[in-house]
Design a protein around this ligand. Sequence first.
Ligand SMILES: [Cu+2]
Length: 94
Amino acid sequence: MVTAGLSIAATAFGATHTVTMEGMQFSPPSVTVKQGDKVVWVNKDVVPHTATVPKGFDSGSVAPGQSWATTPKRGSYDYVCTLHPTMKAKLIVE
Ligand SMILES: [Cu+2]
């Protein structure tokens, strides 16, 4: 990408994006962020959840009412809750 130099400068001002775990779903189901942005998963369910990518990131068990955050590297991630395999979502880091 010709904009690579610009995106490095932008990492110092990363935004924060929130994904809610509620009703056994990730919401929103697909999020696109910029490299350097922070992504926070907030568990609003009454059971624990995870946000896990086999070769990427792993929140571990996030208890009800708790949250977990990471600043993922560039890439496209299909992630799941390892405790509830029907919970799937996508994160794209540009
Ligand atoms: Cu779950």
